[in-house]
Design a protein around this ligand. Structure first.
Ligand code: CS2
Length: 468
């Protein structure tokens, strides 16, 4: 038997506490990966017990994997939270339907243009924003943007879909929706606004003006560790549920969502201890991007080079755990403007405990992907802050050196690690001495002698970090 509406009544776990038949669609989510399903969709599942107008239609932009797995299950899937003290399973009902944009662009644009839809949220990863080298605006030469400019009504990028749907809503009088970025980008709301407005302006300046005047782009800080689902997870979930779930999600108990309260077309009544509504998300976002994600990238590159496979395994290696603790405490924490009510010491300790979660198989190679898109906000920004104050940055330099080593590591002529990165060709085409001076990757740091000298020194003397 499979997970479907018909099997809900017999499941031995928490199931939607509302009648799914009454749920309408108020949110379209672009980029229906595991992260969204472990995070926003769970909070929305809680909202639906009070207000059934906020159901979600999820869309994958390219692959039809999610649609093929979840539509036969009526959009249902399970979320299993795992820690040393055990597992808890819950079935989520907030996903009404899944679309694959590449199969039917019109269906997605029409869904987004439906007046009942009031929020379009995004987890399209850092590279989905088609940003320029400095990260602060659109790259008009990006192949997807070039494609969208030729085919504005059958676009390819998420930005193209947002622009096409808003154009339709402007014409029909359906009004704006809020665009809610849930990606790990600095200033994700303002960044999304910039790239959408730049694309719209290239298509139709009247539309760009309308978007500027009516659409809001709140910033958010999203946090939950979500390893990619494995076949073993599918088997374990089947045992917990008693029915088969084609795509369960495994995650940690912790979750946090800090959202700027700036919604142009209404929002769910979020009333959840994990959710903070605020006027300024930036201190939360910088803290999380640098401490959590920065440490994650450090663990990924230095951990893989030391022969580890998962975050928890790397954290069991005293040399790596000590390195990460010192990186956070001595080099990253001093660069932060700490949000009110947060004690950094506690925040750092909580991160260490989360990284050590022995029940999660969080593959380092998953975090290592797309380094060129992640390193700037996670590692280069704190380096920049430290250089501007005349402070040293040896540990941050180790992370950069580790990344460069990871990219180029070879044994018997073969690369040791698979490289998934939109800049893979550039990264592997040149020696480290040249790479470190590449502005497209390191921005103005590429011409800072303090930066390039320190990285090269660390790189030349770097040994794998391990006491195992
Ligand atoms: C990770 C994040 O894969 C990565 O780059 O650092 O996905 C991380 O697990 C989440 O941001 C945690 O909130």
């Amino acid at each position: 038997m499979n997970l479907t509406n018909a099997s809900l009544a017999v499941l031995p776990v928490q199931t939607p506490a509302y009648d799914r038949k009454g749920v309408t669609t108020g949110i379209v989510h672009l980029g229906l990966g595991a992260f969204h399903r472990a995070h926003q969709a769970v909070y929305v599942d809680d909202v639906l017990t009070q207000d059934q107008s906020w159901g979600i239609v999820g869309a994958s932009l390219r692959s039809d994997d999610a649609a093929r797995a979840l539509n036969p299950q009526n959009g249902l899937y399970s979320v299993v939270t795992k820690s040393a003290s055990g597992s808890q399973c819950r079935v989520i009902g907030s996903l009404n339907h899944v679309l694959c944009a590449a199969d039917d662009p019109d269906a997605l644009i029409s869904q987004m243009a439906d007046p009942q839809v009031r929020i379009v949220s995004l987890t399209i990863t850092e590279k989905g924003y088609c940003r320029n080298a400095s990260g602060d605006g659109l790259d008009p030469d990006h192949p997807d943007i070039q494609y969208d400019l030729q085919n504005p009504n059958r676009p390819r990028s998420a930005l193209g879909y947002i622009t096409a749907a808003l154009s339709k809503r402007k014409l029909s009088g359906a009004g704006p929706f809020t665009v809610l970025s849930c990606d790990n980008l600095p200033d994700n709301g303002a960044t999304t606004q910039r790239v959408v407005l730049q694309l719209a302006r290239l298509i139709d300046s009247g539309l760009a003006d309308w978007i500027r005047d009516h659409v809001t782009f709140p910033g958010t800080m999203v946090d939950r560790i979500v390893p990619a689902t494995t076949d073993a997870d599918r088997e374990d979930t089947k045992t917990l549920l008693g029915v088969a779930d084609a795509w369960p999600i495994v995650t940690e108990p912790f979750g946090q969502w800090v959202i700027e309260d700036h919604f142009c077309a209404g929002r769910p009544q979020f009333d959840h201890p994990d959710i903070i509504l605020t006027q300024d998300v930036r201190p939360f976002e910088t803290m999380k991007l640098r401490l959590l994600n920065g440490s994650h990238s450090a663990l990924a590159y230095l951990g893989l080079l030391a022969g580890h496979k998962t975050v928890a395994q790397a954290m069991e290696d005293p040399a790596i755990a000590d390195f990460v603790a010192a990186l956070m405490r001595d080099e990253i924490a001093p660069t932060l403007n700490v949000p009110a009510n947060i004690r950094l010491k506690d925040y750092r300790a909580a991160l260490v405990a989360r990284f050590k979660n022995p029940a999660l198989q969080h593959a380092l190679i998953q975090i290592a992907m797309d380094g060129s898109q992640k390193i700037p906000q996670r590692i280069l920004s704190p380096i920049r802050d430290r250089i501007s104050k005349g402070h040293t940055f040896d540990r941050l330099a180790h992370v950069i050196a580790g990344w460069l080593r990871f990219v180029a590591a070879k044994e018997a002529g073969e690369y040791c690690f698979p490289l998934q990165d939109p800049m893979a060709d550039t990264l592997r085409a040149q020696p480290v001495e040249t790479l470190i001076k590449t502005e497209k990757i390191f921005g103005e740091l590429a011409s800072s002698p303090t930066f390039t000298r320190t990285i090269m020194q660390v790189y030349q003397n770097q040994e794998p970090l391990s006491q195992r």
